[in-house]
Design a protein. Structure first.
Lengths: 228, 249, 351
């Protein structure tokens, strides 16, 4: 008998909520970083590239632990900024969003950069000579032409976010209804005798969402392909 | 010449067949709260039986049972409740004749000393509390049962942080990520100084925590494992258990 | 337009040095490929930054390395037409055209969309997507877009090189017209002498990153004739054709020209190579060439081992070329009267 408990439904909703929030919040930063890396040469460019790509090469658990050290009660940011403001991030859904955003950020930036690199530099020169300042050019020329890369990056981050486990469990913990996302719920069922059935059920939900996201990505790709 | 070769070959096969006698590895799956005491007991046993070497696997009792069910090597299973042993007995993985209760424990609430939480009613007012995941950690199951009996389970919704075992609960409490945690009384010995027992969970709210030691079907065939099983019920073992804070009757 | 540039820029092995003052509205920048023309103009437009130097446009300092002055590209109001149209693919033709206009301050908006559309004949194209245009149409839109941004100077960087001949000579009138009608001074970059002669009056020549001269376009043509052992191409803009015995005839100065390649269009541009003009001291009574012009030799000059002969016919001029021997034999020198025989088929139509 397949029946999801309220905690299971929370897990599903929470996963979608966390992944969506992480993606939306990362968009402006991802765009800014991708823009800087693609169109400007500056000292420290390689360092920025390294930092942005770091989460891609580190095990998520390490990323989670580093975030914990940074944002926890005794962490550098925790002590100097969060505590004085009375903000608690660790073990809240906000921490889950941060963990997901950090882990998925390199994927988003990578896709956006690929989209931006395809833009003909002549268009940018033309827009400057026609009187557009740098921000104007970014908004009216670069943004519309890199839309495909932006969408691809968002979808990638969202999908990665749905599956985020390692960093999330360290920095947001496993709190049903608050931070227990689908992967954490599945993990609990998997380590429980008799939990296999529910584990598979939740896996199916996870797969369904992922397939839906991929189909959406294809559809968007075709549509923007036509306009450009 | 042929005679010598035959002798060598038969010696070779003989050695192989009696291998287990010499390489005596005993696999233990141990509930997290028993880590220190079982380590002490197994070291004690190994001193007197030098051919034996123990391999210890720690975790929440439920998770351990799942691993054993899936084929993890285990000769002796130490569980914090009867449920998971029974589960494996049904599956004919645990020898039905080699199951024994050997120690008992109590649930306590620990947290930072400044927290003035002296009872369950106070606990409800806190922001975040760690318990072992009821799905596979007996301490968490007991805590949940107690909450339900005391009618505060709904009030605690969204405040409970699920840990994979009791030690992780303790770690969260020590790090200050939660206000407090429900752990075993025996953990008092290994807690960090910034965490104190704030109150003992009233026993009427939950069934008595009983530790079970059981031999798996593979373990029952190993002499060392069977010997260790027997040792766990000896007077000497009881002394060590008492020293670590466990009740023995 | 007044332009003063004194700059130096080094890229790897290539060095660009320019130091000149010029004044005029139809200036050319001429030189072989790779001589640094695009880079020089890029520096003027602000797209590249020189290592050191000063640039003054109409008296305003737009760059000075001594005090860190570097007016940003959008503020220089220097329009550019590039080799490739660089139209924004995500905007319609109309939005492309208005891109610069919208970013031009109100007080400078003297050129409006409607007049531009009629001058460049863009009416049909307005609502089309940029991908549905032919090469020539794209370049016209690019020109329109740059002009409509109301620049104080228009730089055209080899705008015709991507086009075939036919198309080139169709676009040239649009280019010239747009700038003349709207009064925009321009800098026309090219490695083609004919294009430069049609479009400009004064030329700056550039070779291997160094300015080699500033002269009139006529002077350039003559020097080029000499340096490259090339023929001089006479360019004739002719009007009001009519027909005699079916052959097109154009009025030229106080004489007429029979041109096989002519047609009934009111105006046409023809080229006539100096090597196609035969000089006769006496009127050749029986000759197949249909054009026999009565001229006076106004100048004889050395050019690459041959002699160039400048002929004056009424108010018009032609340049012919002959070998030194012929000049000696016929006694051709300045001031004498002479006949120029040209076949009707010698004229090549340009546009």
């Amino acid at each position: 008998m397949l029946s999801f408990t309220p905690a299971d439904y929370s897990a599903i909703l929470l996963s979608v909520k966390v992944a969506t929030t992480a993606t939306v919040l990362s968009l402006p930063f991802g765009f800014a970083v991708a823009y800087l890396m693609t169109f400007h040469k500056f000292r420290g460019r390689i360092v920025l590239d390294g930092i942005v790509n770091l989460p891609l090469t580190l095990p998520p658990v390490v990323v989670g632990y580093l975030l914990l050290l940074l944002l926890g009660r005794h962490g550098w940011i925790g002590r100097t900024i969060l505590q004085p403001l009375g903000l608690e991030l660790i073990f809240t859904w906000k921490a889950a969003v941060i963990a997901t955003a950090v882990v998925g950020f390199p994927l988003m930036v990578r896709s956006m950069r690929i989209g931006m690199e395809m833009i003909d530099r002549g268009l940018i020169q033309a827009s400057r000579t026609l009187g557009a300042g740098w921000l104007d050019t970014v908004i009216t020329v670069i943004l519309p032409l890199s839309l495909r890369g932006i969408i691809a990056g968002s979808v990638l981050m969202f999908a990665r976010g749905l599956g985020e486990f390692g960093a999330t469990i360290i920095v947001a913990g496993n709190i049903p209804g608050v931070t227990q996302t689908i992967p954490l719920a599945i993990y609990e069922y998997v380590s429980s005798p008799g939990g296999d059935f529910m584990a598979i059920a939740l896996c199916s939900v996870s797969i369904t969402i992922s397939v839906a996201v991929l189909i959406f990505h294809e559809w968007i790709g075709r549509r923007t392909g036509r306009v450009v | 010449m042929k005679e010598i070769i035959r002798l060598i070959l038969s010696l070779f096969f003989f050695v192989l067949s009696v291998g287990p006698i010499f390489a005596a590895d005993v696999n233990l799956s141990v509930a997290a709260s028993l880590k220190e005491v079982v380590t002490a007991l197994s070291n004690d046993f190994a001193k007197k039986n030098t051919t034996v070497s123990f391999r210890r696997n720690l975790g929440g009792s439920g998770a351990l049972a799942k691993q054993i069910e899936n084929g993890a090597p285990c000769d002796v299973f130490f569980s914090a409740n009867f449920e998971w042993v029974d589960y494996l007995k049904e599956k004919k993985i645990v020898d039905a004749n080699a199951i024994a209760a050997f120690a008992f424990n109590e649930l306590v609430f620990v947290g930072r000393p400044e927290l003035k939480s002296g009872s369950l009613d106070d606990v409800v007012k806190l922001k975040k509390i760690a318990i072992g995941s009821p799905k596979n950690v007996p301490a968490g199951q007991y805590a949940m049962e107690a909450f339900k009996k005391a009618n505060i389970d709904k009030k605690l919704k969204d405040k409970l942080v699920m840990a994979k075992d009791v030690r992780e609960c303790l770690m969260y409490a020590e790090r200050g990520e939660v206000d407090g945690a429900f752990v075993y009384k025996t953990d008092a010995g290994i807690m960090a100084r910034n965490v104190k027992i704030l109150f003992i969970m009233p026993q009427e709210l939950y069934p008595r925590i009983t530790y079970i030691v059981a031999l798996t079907v593979t373990g029952a065939k190993k002499n060392e494992a069977a010997a260790f099983f027997k040792f766990m019920q000896s007077a000497r073992a009881k002394k060590v258990l008492s020293k670590y804070g466990f009740a023995v009757k | 337009m007044k332009l003063s540039m004194g700059i130096h820029k080094q890229f790897g092995a290539f060095q660009l040095d320019a130091d000149f003052d010029l004044e005029g509205n139809r200036i050319g920048l001429f030189g072989p490929s790779g001589s640094g023309k695009s880079t020089l103009m890029g520096v003027l437009a602000g797209l590249h930054r020189p290592d050191q130097g000063v640039i003054l446009l109409d008296g305003e300092t737009i760059f000075d390395s001594r005090n860190g002055m570097n007016l940003a590209v959008p503020h220089r109001r220097i329009g550019m037409v590039f080799q490739r149209p660089h139209l924004f693919p995500h905007m319609s033709v109309k939005r492309n055209l208005l891109y610069g206009y919208r970013r031009c301050p109100q007080q400078n908006r003297t050129i409006k969309l409607d007049s531009l559309i009629s001058v460049l004949q863009l009416g049909q194209l307005l609502n089309r997507g940029v991908g549905n245009l032919s090469g020539g149409e794209r370049q016209r839109v690019a020109i329109g877009r740059a002009v409509l941004s109301n620049p104080r100077l228009l730089i055209m960087d080899e705008p015709l090189s991507g086009l075939d001949d036919n198309l080139k000579y169709q676009i040239i009138p649009f280019l010239k017209n747009a700038c003349e009608v709207f009064g925009i001074p321009y800098l026309f970059i090219s490695h083609s002498l004919i294009e430069t002669r049609i479009m400009t009056e004064k030329v700056l020549t550039l070779d291997r990153g160094q300015i080699t001269g500033l002269m009139t376009v006529e002077e350039l043509a003559r020097i080029h004739m000499g340096d490259h052992a090339a023929n001089y191409i006479n360019l004739l803009k002719l009007r009001r054709p009519h027909r005699i015995h079916g052959l097109p005839v154009y009025k030229w100065g106080d004489q007429q020209l029979l041109i096989s390649a002519g047609d009934d269009q009111p105006e046409a541009l023809f080229e006539l190579s100096s090597s196609e003009i035969i000089l006769c001291k006496r009127h050749p009574e029986a000759i197949s060439a249909r054009n026999l012009l009565n001229c006076r030799v106004s100048d004889v000059f050395e050019t690459g081992g041959r002699l160039g002969v400048e002929l004056e016919c009424g108010r018009e001029h032609l340049i012919a070329e002959i070998v030194r021997q012929s000049a000696e034999d016929l006694g051709i020198k300045k001031g004498i009267k002479i006949y120029a025989a040209i076949k009707a088929t010698a004229f090549r139509r340009l546009g």
